[in-house]
Design a protein around this ligand. Structure first.
Ligand code: PEP
Ligand code: MG
Length: 580
């Protein structure tokens, strides 16, 4: 009998492969007492589990190609370091001895104690995210419970070409799975704008998120079809279905081949308007994909990856070397380095700049520029590193989540201070480095002229702009159905930003996912947007639409769209615009 499950499709392509379920069920731990005479056996069992956990992690790390960027492998090192820490290796042993209980229960007690005091701890390793501690503890618990493989040593080979099914994946795990050659993945939780989904899109990896549940009938080892365009996973399918999907896959391949011919073609509309097409990158390796797609540069370099899933903060030199490799790989094309946007769905960070973990609404809390201005120790090395990298090639600084004039002023003063510092030291940088801001908070869009007057460029971050305008959590699949880039309020805010840029002669780009979705390309062109920053995998499709567009003829329909407040009418008008 065939099965299908549906969720939110990411990347629109098709993957066919063998199912590999990552352990999804929460481990259930029960308390059991251990007779005094067997306590040392129990301690030995616990120590064996710790040793096996280390071996598993080392095996995974060794199986990753040497060329893998350090930001991906670092989270494994973080977990390995945790496995050396006495808080996880010694404390549970004491608990076993004191309470005469089983190792699983002792480890659970220790985990709960750590969770309670987590924020106050001084230990450098354990100050990393609680998520990381939980991953390590779960690994040990599974080993104690007798698990041998799926997070273990055979992973790399088993994963090649497979469709991974998991309850959830962190962005770092997603990047690692990509390196291990998976064909695609399905997660029970997550929304289309989570960092994990954005990464999958950027890597061109077919995925489905937010399926809520993946029934156990979809078993490890069986062949499944992941149709990201339709957001469905099909298992146990008839040979004829498999055949027809293989044909579709070949057609998609052909279409990609045809699109690649546009790589060197200029992004100029059919009526002669030149559009700047930039790429969004998360990892250093995406830069290659951006170049291969013929991008005019990088319009959004999300630097969070450098800071996530690791112990400690990368210092100025480490950041400089990363930014320099990106500048170098771009060979003269500009890179827009977005300063740290940690917090909310991007996860926490370690050290002095830790995100307030107890925030009731993390997306409204100390995130991005707010976090950086509160923790200038976190911000200064990054700005210095970007400035220093600008000596070697065109770089721009882009500030996320701006919402007020005072933030902008403080940030511009800080950049000036650091420029002076570098000048005094005799360190080279581009004194004219453009500084821009992301418009992703409704307050910033409504007062876009304020930002346009003071900044060199603006970039509309629709992922957050939509989240904050419509009051929907971008990663909560329960409200994904309300996520609507065509909501009249969103369109009017976007238009305000474009108009503010025009009024002050400041370039306006869009780097949210809306910019890379061809359903909206014509509308955005008609609204006057002439710079798009999109995932490398979407770039050629957007270019194709641009080349087929007579932007001058869009005016009447776009006018009607912007003055309508009827969603059904707006959708119909956008459809008509796309059919011209
Ligand atoms: C956005 O909010 O649209 C954006 C591009 O930033 P991020 O998705 O990284 O928050
Ligand atoms: Mg954002």
């Amino acid at each position: 009998m065939s099965f299908s499950i549906s969720g939110i499709g990411i990347s629109r392509s098709i993957a066919i492969g063998v199912v590999h379920r990552l352990e999804m069920e929460a481990v259930e731990i029960h308390e059991a007492s251990v007779p005094k005479t067997q306590v040392e056996d129990e301690v030995a069992r616990f120590r064996r589990a710790i040793r096996s956990a280390r071996q598993q992690l080392k095996a995974i790390r060794n199986s990753i190609p040497a060329s893998t960027p350090a930001d991906i492998t670092e989270f494994i090192d973080t977990h390995l370091l945790m496995l050396e820490d006495t808080m996880l290796t010694v404390a549970p042993v004491e608990l076993i001895r004191q309470n005469l209980c089983n190792a699983e229960w002792a480890l659970k007690m220790q985990r709960d104690a750590l969770a309670r005091v987590f924020d106050e701890m001084d230990d450098a390793y354990l100050r990393t995210r609680m998520d990381d501690i939980d991953h390590v503890v779960t690994r040990i618990q599974r080993l104690l419970l007798g698990a041998t493989n799926s997070t273990g040593q055979n992973d790399s080979e088993q994963l090649q070409g497979s469709i991974v099914i998991a309850h959830d994946l962190t962005p770092a795990e997603t990047a690692l799975l990509h390196h291990q050659g998976i064909a695609g993945f399905v997660t029970e939780s997550g929304g289309p704008l989570s960092h994990t989904a954005i990464l999958a899109r950027s890597l061109g990896m077919p995925a489905i998120v937010g399926t809520h549940i993946v029934p156990s009938q979809i078993r490890d080892g069986e062949t499944a079809i992941l149709d990201a365009g339709r957001g469905v996973l099909l298992a146990d399918v008839a040979p004829s279905t498999l055949k027809s999907y293989r044909r579709k896959q070949r057609e998609q391949e052909k279409r990609r081949g045809a699109l690649s011919r546009l790589k060197l073609a200029p992004a100029v509309s059919a009526d002669g308007i030149a559009i700047r097409l930039l790429a969004n990158v998360e990892l250093e390796e995406d830069v290659r994909a951006a170049r291969e797609a013929g991008a005019d540069g990088i319009g959004l370099y999300r630097t969070e990856f450098l800071f996530m899933n690791r112990s400690g903060i990368p210092d100025e030199e480490e950041q400089l070397s990363q930014y320099l490799s990106v500048v170098k790989a771009l060979r003269g094309l500009p890179v827009t380095v977005r300063t740290l946007d940690l917090g909310a769905d991007k996860g926490g960070c370690t050290g002095e700049g830790g995100v307030e973990r107890l925030a009731t609404n993390p997306a409204l809390s100390l995130r991005a520029i707010r976090l950086c201005l509160k923790n200038t120790e976190l911000f200064r090395p990054q700005i210095r590193a970007i400035l220093r990298a600008s000596a070697k090639g065109p770089a721009r600084i882009m500030i996320p989540m701006l919402s007020s004039a005072s933030e902008l002023k403080e940030m511009l003063e800080l950049i000036d201070d650091l420029k002076q510092e570098l000048t005094q030291e005799g360190t080279a940088f581009d004194p004219e480095i453009p500084v821009g801001g992301m418009i992703e908070v409704p307050a910033a869009a409504l007062s876009a002229t304020l930002f346009a007057r003071k900044l060199d460029f603006l970039s509309i971050g629709t992922n957050d702009l939509i989240q904050y305008t419509l009051a929907i959590d971008r990663v909560d699949d329960a409200v994904t159905y309300l996520y609507d880039p065509l909501h009249p309020a969103v369109l009017r805010l976007v238009r305000m930003v474009i108009d503010a840029g025009r009024q002050y002669g400041v370039p306006v780009s869009m780097c949210g996912e809306m910019a890379g979705d061809v359903r909206y390309t014509r509308l955005l062109l008609g609204m006057g947007l002439n710079e798009f920053s999109v995932p490398p995998t979407a770039l050629l499709e957007v270019k194709e639409v641009i080349k087929q567009s007579r932007i001058g003829s869009f005016e009447p329909l776009v006018g009607e769209i912007l003055s309508s407040d009827d969603p059904v009418e707006i959708a119909a008008l956008v459809g008509a615009l796309n059919d011209i």
